[in-house]
Design a protein around this ligand. Structure first.
Ligand code: CO
Ligand code: CO
Length: 320
């Protein structure tokens, strides 16, 4: 955000500096409030599921920083003349279902009249300042874990264009509506050095933010990247969201990509994500222990997919 002079404040612990997932403001020595806001237009026709995904996505930034959600405010765009009343109530029910699971409470919200539907939430969490996990702590030698598969952009685009049925998308939908709460707990327990959640900029875009903030480079092993089982196949049929192409073009400049990777594989690696998993760096032994615990807690798509390196000429290296 160039050109804006943000106020300095000794209690502002995390601000705009490194594109962090949420802002953090210290209340007392042992307690800080973590705040973030996210909303988007429907990525799926089912209003209840859309509500679930939007709330899981909003909460995710809190989990990425190691915080526990406490409160939420809904933000809604909607026009009752254009959509049946049931649509909005289903969206809100879906959101409230995921919010309940997080343990946070809804304080209220705001609706504006709009010709497009949008939904999301502003959410707040609490954290002890000592426990904050930022995207700036990755150290050379760390291993990286991603807790959800890539491919949500590709799958939802295919669904929107009626190239697949809803049953084919369930694997992806279940991942998108899953909270990152358990992953967050496990990363704290195993002394994560750094974390972020994978959303609009895709795996590589968010990995670049982490690497830049930590002053390191990162190598990913494509075959280890967790991905939706249909993703590559759909890209080969030309089904690919525009945002993912933009990611490849923009972030690809900072990457050294092995010639062994096909077009389709590149496309999957840069796919734009909604409500993606946590990308977490751990010391080597902690990474294996964390992966085990993720598995045992039902986060069975998680993999160790890369390693943090000393800073290289390119920020990201992608090998097979
Ligand atoms: Co984020
Ligand atoms: Co966000």
């Amino acid at each position: 955000m160039k050109g804006i002079d943000f106020p300095k404040d000794e209690n502002l612990l995390v601000g705009f500096l490194h594109n962090e997932d949420a802002g953090i403001y210290r209340l007392t020595d042992g307690m800080a409030v973590v705040s973030t806001l996210d909303f988007f237009t429907p990525i799926i026709d089912d209003p209840f599921i859309y509500g679930e995904i939007a709330m899981a996505n909003a909460l995710s930034d809190l989990y990425a920083m190691g915080s526990k959600p406490i409160t939420a405010l809904n933000i809604i765009g909607y026009n009752q003349k254009l959509f049946p009343k049931e649509v909005i109530s289903e969206i809100l029910k879906g959101g409230s279902e995921r919010l309940k699971e997080s343990g946070a409470v809804l304080l209220g919200g705001h609706t504006i009249k709009d010709k497009e539907i949008f939904y999301g939430a502003s959410v707040n969490g609490l954290i002890n300042p000592r426990d904050i996990i930022t995207n700036a702590g990755a150290k050379p030698g760390d291993l990286l874990i991603l807790t959800k598969p890539l491919g949500t952009g590709i799958i939802t685009t295919a669904l929107k264009n009626k190239k697949i049925e809803i049953e084919d998308a369930m694997e992806c939908i279940d991942q998108m509506r899953m909270l990152n709460n358990t992953a967050s707990k496990i990363m704290l327990k195993h002394n994560a050095h750094s974390a972020t959640d994978v959303t609009g900029f895709g795996l590589i875009g968010h990995a670049i933010e982490m690497a830049d903030a930590s002053d390191v480079s990162t190598v990913f092993y494509y075959d280890k990247i967790p991905k939706d089982s249909l993703a590559e196949e759909l890209v080969k049929k030309g089904i690919y969201p525009g945002g993912s192409g933009e990611n490849l073009e923009y972030f690809g400049r900072n990457c050294l990509i092995s010639d062994d990777l096909s077009e389709a594989q590149r496309a999957v690696a840069f796919d734009v994500q909604t409500s993606g998993g946590l990308l977490i760096s751990f010391a080597e032994e902690d990474a294996y222990n964390a992966l085990n615990e993720l598995y045992n807690n039902g986060i069975t798509k998680a993999t160790i997919l890369g390693r943090i390196l000393d800073k290289q000429e390119k920020t990201i290296i992608i090998e097979r």
